[in-house]
Ligand binder design. Structure first.
Ligand SMILES: Nc1ncnc2c1ncn2[C@@H]1O[C@H](COP(=O)(O)OP(=O)(O)OP(=O)(O)O)[C@@H](O)[C@H]1O
Ligand SMILES: [Mg+2]
Length: 262
């Protein structure tokens, strides 16, 4: 079997204590893999650790236990330039598109290429205009090339989110990590965005790891569904093998004494 794009092994994340307890264990042995060309959806209740896992994979948070490997390389051992390069392999998409509203759509997409350019001009805030053809190709991929010169602030929420996918693709990543990318979209725009993410996985061969709160979208679009509870992955199946009661059990409110705060 080929090396997975992302391997998460026994990941733990204990956030430091604010009060008298010894902190909060947000991840407690989370284990999963993501292969090129697959769309994997993570489902789980608020606070179960989904965003924390994505942030550890993206190298934005340093886990307190376990390991994340990107293309076989443990990111915990990386720093400086090598960490930046490993991060460039992973494009992030968030609930909100976070575009610079007063700049054009294509300028926002160009910003996705910044991590690959080091020059005084870039350090001073210039955009790498030599990447414009690539940025336009990414905009075309999300169906919005005709919006290139328009100010980003004029876009609808669904369009803005597709531009944020184009910006992530402009980075030339091997995987996309999407944290509730459809949370603020209407049903049609959510559908369009999931169709786009599936195409990016199946046609372009990227691995896509996507957190959702919509089990029905997960069932329709995912190649695999991961169920997360209390900081670990408790099921990992193709949608046709995911039982309704397994999904509903993820959202059962648990007594405070059963919670993970350890
Ligand atoms: N920086 C932090 N410091 C302390 N605790 C944190 C921090 N970030 C997250 N947590 C805690 O870790 C737990 C997991 O948070 P996380 O954001 O990963 O949940 P989530 O599954 O993404 O939830 P949601 O569905 O609401 O987005 C929560 O209890 C949260 O309060
Ligand atoms: Mg979250």
């Amino acid at each position: 079997m080929s090396t997975p794009l992302i391997e998460v092994a026994d990941l733990a994340m204990r956030f430091p204590a604010r009060g008298r307890d010894d902190g909060h264990l947000a991840l407690n042995g989370a284990t999963m893999t993501l292969a090129p060309g697959e769309l994997v959806v993570v489902l789980g209740a608020n606070g179960c650790g989904k965003s924390t896992m994505l942030r550890c994979i993206a190298g934005m948070l340093r886990p307190t236990g376990g390991e994340v490997r990107v293309e076989g390389q443990a990111i915990s051992g990386l720093s400086g330039r090598t960490l930046t390069e490993a991060r460039m392999a992973l494009g992030m998409i968030f609930q909100s598109a976070h575009l610079v509203k007063r700049r054009s759509v294509v300028a926002n997409v160009l910003a996705g290429t910044l991590g690959r350019h080091r020059s005084l001009g870039i350090a001073l805030g210039k955009l790498p205009h030599q990447e414009t053809p690539h940025a336009m190709a990414c905009l075309d991929e999300v169906g919005l090339a005709h919006f290139a010169p328009q100010r980003a602030g004029t876009l609808s929420g669904g369009q803005a989110q597709r531009v944020s996918v184009a910006r992530a693709l402009a980075q030339r990543p091997r995987a996309l990590l999407a944290d509730e990318p459809v949370a603020s979209l209407d049903p049609d725009a959510a559908e369009e965005l999931m169709t786009l993410l599936r195409r990016v996985a199946h046609q372009d061969g990227l691995g896509v790891l996507c957190v959702l709160h919509q089990p029905e979208l997960a069932r329709r679009f995912a190649d695999r569904i991961l169920g997360m509870q209390a900081g670990r992955i408790i099921f990992n199946h193709e949608p046709r093998h995911v039982r309704d009661n397994e999904v509903s059990a993820l959202y059962v409110k648990r007594d405070a004494s059963q919670r993970l705060a350890a």
